[in-house]
Design a protein around this ligand. Structure first.
Ligand code: AMP
Length: 283
């Protein structure tokens, strides 16, 4: 495990400073992003570091659920840029006001802001000794993918997929306990199979009784905003699939159902099923 890309101490993001560097000389980025200056970033061979994975997929597909489970299994941080945005929203100040207008309309935050938030999160993780990452919700634009590619190597991009009807229902059913912070889903999904598409059913993930009265819904999980987010995803983020497919890094994964059906299949697809069994046995 061990040494990975390290976050430099310079002022701003992988955007505006040389935040990522390795402890050993590796190759410098050949086409530095205009966001980067001051020598460019260096990369570390995959064998000398923890995994650097990206989760792609439409809003509501379950990136957070599976990325978080894998982060626990592999001991790498799960970094969701949507969470970083919500934390920034919850803080007071001009950024919060600016973000709330964008997020509540389902639009994307600017590349500069998101890269800055991510950079700060990586820097804080680095200070705590974190290594590797599973990114969820980043990159979301081609520009972000290019910036990421300039500063580090991504090993694998997992593209989670579900039919659109299911995505809308799942977003509308999403709830979070405002005390313990855990996520739940009250939607009962039962989509009939048709035209070669398999049936999909997902049981709700109900909160325990002590969370029941403390459930909150995300402000951007209304039907209108979810549909806007899905539209923006297909316009802005779908090209990323092609980008990573061409690099031979994309793993497509059609979710067969809820967590009980999907998790073991995902582990199998990632060839982590035996690893998970061993980890569970020693736990
Ligand atoms: P999510 O929780 O991933 O659905 O993100 C919630 C909201 O945060 C999105 O609708 C965007 O407004 C913003 N956001 C999250 N990640 C990004 C990103 N990589 N680029 C731009 N905006 C983002």
């Amino acid at each position: 495990m061990a040494r990975i890309v390290r976050v430099a101490r310079s002022s701003s993001l992988f955007g505006f400073g040389n935040r990522f560097y390795s402890t050993e000389a590796s190759h410098a980025s050949s086409t530095p992003s205009p966001f980067l200056h001051g020598g460019g970033a260096r990369k570390v061979a995959a064998k000398d570091r923890n995994v650097q994975w990206v989760f792609l997929g439409c809003p509501g597909v379950g990136k957070g659920t599976y990325a978080s489970r894998l982060s626990t299994l592999l001991g790498v941080p799960h970094i969701a840029t949507g969470d970083l945005v919500r934390e920034a929203l919850a803080s007071s100040g001009p950024l919060s006001q600016k973000l709330s207008e964008i997020v509540n309309q389902g639009k994307l935050v600017s590349d500069e802001i998101i890269v800055d938030l991510l950079s700060k999160r990586l820097e804080a993780g680095e200070a705590k000794g974190e290594s590797g990452f599973i990114l969820d919700g980043f990159p979301r634009t081609m520009r972000q993918a290019e910036i990421l590619g300039d500063v580090t190597d991504i090993d694998l991009v997992v593209n989670l997929k579900l039919p659109e009807e299911v995505l809308v229902e799942k977003c509308l059913g999403r709830r979070t306990c405002n005390q313990c912070g855990k996520g739940f889903n009250i939607a009962h999904i039962n989509l009939k199979g048709e035209n070669g598409r398999p049936a999909i059913s997902m049981d709700p993930l109900m909160p325990p009784p002590n969370c029941m009265s403390k459930l909150i819904t995300r402000a951007d999980d209304t039907e209108e905003v979810v549909k806007a987010r899905l539209r923006i995803y297909s316009e802005t983020s779908q090209p990323l699939e092609e980008y990573y497919r061409n690099k031979g890094k994309l793993m497509e994964f059609d979710l067969p159902g809820g967590i009980p059906e999907s998790w073991p299949r995902l582990l199998e697809a990632l060839r982590l099923d035996e690893y998970e069994e061993k980890q569970s046995a020693v736990a």
